[in-house]
Design a protein around this ligand. Sequence first.
Ligand code: 5GP
Ligand code: ZN
Length: 144
Amino acid sequence: MISFARRHLVPYLPPILKDFILALFRAYYNMSDCVFCKIVNNDAKATILYRDEQVTAFRDLHPAAPTHILIVPNKHIESVNHLQPEDEALVGHLFTVAGQLAVQEGIAQNGYRLITNTGTDGGQTVFHLHMHLLGGGRMTHITK
Ligand code: 5GP
Ligand code: ZN
């Protein structure tokens, strides 16, 4: 579809419209292929622990600690590299929800780890921004 648009539509458009339309196509195809978007939209199963208009939190499918929760924005943002200034409140909200979930899971007092992997070298495997909340035991090495 992207190549169809590039061949048949894009050559006739002014550059600013061209970039906008290609960005829309890319966003649509990333989202329809994204497992976390599917979980947010109830198109894939997960153990959902929290949901509001901005974020969704669910248990990691392959837990790396006794408590391992993922907190994701409901809108598809690929990674920290793709954050915009207007996403600052959303990023703050991810931390607030992480703190609330830590209390709910009974790990707040002993402590926990929040991790956001970014890009391939950062160990990111799902390209929808997310925060790992890990706890329930002492972290002695880099986990996740
Ligand atoms: P990353 O490696 O990108 O930082 O973290 C991705 C995390 O998503 C991994 O810990 C992985 O276990 C988890 N994950 C991948 N696919 C699914 C899924 O379909 N459902 C859930 N609940 N977690 C997933
Ligand atoms: Zn997504």
